[in-house]
Design a binder for this molecule. Structure first.
Ligand code: ADP
Ligand code: TRP
Length: 322
């Protein structure tokens, strides 16, 4: 059985990009009977940037509700929140002592912010070490992530290798699984959809709000009668990620023929988003109104994770002489 492990930070409410780019592909991977999946909410990592406690708590529920709404099978797998397992902090400390300074100084997550060092906290600097602990604590084999996380995986492998070289086989070396099937989902401004750019589409909101959001997608000013270029249009790009192939082909034809406005395309995109995710929206809303059920899920997941993590941590403690 191969162990698949991945985490999503609870730094905001999950948007369409997170769902198409991370949650759905991971859930698909977890359906393989040869896989035992550990999916968790990286709520410790969020403290590097997000300081408001109530916000973190609400976002953690929102991320959990999204995994549950999209049907992650928590009976067959392990679903937990990072902060419920303090073992990960102990392991992160130990791993810190096997992590060369230049390796962290070269990490993009730090380098991107290093023009203003007074804004960089030590948590942000050692972020990749906590991520390595997330992975190594559970003997994970396969880590599905987006491109931006590849360097972090290399760091995790490096640290594990260094430790193994010092003390003998202790950690499983994790393999990255790059999620290539989904392109980068664009936001309403055409840039990569992201919480940090405020350009995201939240599929869990009410009808009117969703329609308003879809209507605010930026398009060019080509008049309704004129033919249009589908491949450079954000509305079409989003539609092609969520609609059926025959619907996409149909919309392409309409763009190229002319007499079809962006308003029509936006209405079609809204309708697909509204109907396609109706069940998930209902389940998401249910969980957000019944948070004790989320608590129950996360508690039982934490117990399963605890059993695995404690064993690995004991293995490590023995090696280093604690
Ligand atoms: P954000 O950019 O909104 O802060 P995160 O960095 O927390 O999102 O990403 C969580 C997961 O969702 C990652 O696996 C990431 O690759 C995926 N993801 C985020 N935005 C997109 C997007 N626009 N298209 C595809 N995948 C995305
Ligand atoms: N750093 C990841 C991100 O921002 C989230 C994450 C934390 C993670 N720990 C992990 C992903 C362990 C995979 C494995 O997307």
């Amino acid at each position: 059985m191969a162990r698949v492990l991945t985490g999503i930070q609870s730094s905001g409410k999950p948007h369409l990009g997170n769902i198409l780019g991370a949650i759905q592909p991971a859930i698909e991977l977890s359906k393989n009977p040869a896989h035992d999946s550990f999916f968790f909410i990286a709520d410790l990592h969020t403290l590097t940037t997000l300081k408001e406690g109530p916000k973190r708590q609400e976002n953690t529920y929102a991320v959990a509700a999204a995994w549950l709404a999209f049907g992650f099978d928590t009976k067959q797998n392990t679903f937990y929140k990072q902060s419920d397992l303090p073992q990960v902090c102990e392991l992160a400390w130990i791993l810190n002592c096997f992590t060369p300074y230049p390796m962290l100084a070269n990490a993009h997550s730090f380098k991107d912010k290093s023009n203003k060092l007074s804004d960089v906290n030590a948590g942000l600097f050692t972020y990749p070490v906590l991520m390595a602990a997330d992975i190594l604590l559970y003997d994970a084999d396969i880590i599905p992530v987006g491109k931006d996380q590849i360097q972090h995986l290399e760091i995790a492998r490096d640290i594990a290798q260094t430790f193994n070289n010092t003390y003998g086989e202790t950690f499983v070396l994790p393999q990255v699984k790059l999620e290539q099937s989904v392109m980068t989902v664009p936001g309403i401004d055409g840039q990569k959809m992201s919480k940090s750019y405020q350009n995201y589409i939240d599929i869990f909101v009410e009808e009117k709000e969703l329609l308003k959001r879809v209507k605010s997608i930026v398009t060019d000013t080509i008049p309704l009668e004129a033919p249009k270029q589908p491949d450079t249009c954000t509305v079409f790009k989003l539609y092609s990620l969520v609609a059926e192939p025959n619907q996409v082909a149909d919309m392409r034809q309409k763009y190229e023929a002319g007499g079809y406005g962006y308003g029509h395309a936006k209405q079609a995109l809204f309708e697909v988003l509204w109907t396609k995710y109706s069940e998930e929206r209902e389940r998401y809303t249910y969980f957000m109104q019944n948070k004790t059920e989320i608590d129950r899920e996360l508690k039982s997941g934490a117990e399963k994770a605890w059993a695995v993590g404690s064993k690995v941590l004991n293995r490590v403690r023995e090696k280093v002489g604690y």
